[in-house]
Design a protein around this ligand. Structure first.
Ligand code: FES
Length: 162
């Protein structure tokens, strides 16, 4: 009966021995671990940062906006109206259930398409069901340009006189 050792074939010079194979395998594992560590270190140096949504928007120069003009900025969800007393900024979000209103130039009014509320160009409710006027937003003059901060509401009587 032949022994197992008798069945072994001689290794060619080109073939890897078990010891060499395990050496390569260990080296490969070490390389993968080192690469993972390097990637983790680089990501630590440049962390993922969540930037806050922009809330401040430049509207334009007040002298270029005639009295009676309503500027609609639907993407920013704001209106700026030049009243004869000054400028007001308002949210374009309906006070009923939060739909986005739109300015109807032909009727010179703000209209909510969801349930039909209507607002005057200074944001007062003219037809419900909206329970309150459109919220006034902080409007400032910065280096000669009107700037709205959509994140800051102000007193409903606030008017920026320029
Ligand atoms: S959400 Fe505007 S009228 Fe209902």
């Amino acid at each position: 009966m032949p022994l197992i050792d008798d069945l072994k074939m001689p290794l060619d010079d080109e073939e890897l021995s078990r010891r060499e194979f395990l050496g390569w395998l260990g080296g490969g594992a070490m390389a993968v671990a080192a690469l993972g560590t390097a990637i983790t270190a680089v990501r630590f140096m440049w962390p993922e940062v969540l930037f806050e949504e922009q809330t401040r928007y430049r509207v334009g120069k007040p002298e270029e906006i005639p009295v009676g003009t309503l500027i609609a900025m639907p993407e920013q969800k704001i209106y700026v109206f030049h009243d004869r007393n000054g400028f007001v900024a308002m949210s374009a979000v309906c006070t009923h259930l939060g739909c986005l209103t739109r300015y109807e130039k032909e009727n010179d009014r703000i209209f909510c398409p969801c349930h039909g509320s209507r607002f005057s160009t200074d944001g007062q409710v003219t037809v419900g069901p909206a329970p309150k006027p459109l919220p006034r937003l902080l409007l400032t003059l910065e280096q000669g340009v009107l700037v709205v901060d959509a994140a800051k509401t102000v007193n409903p009587d606030t008017i920026l006189k320029v």
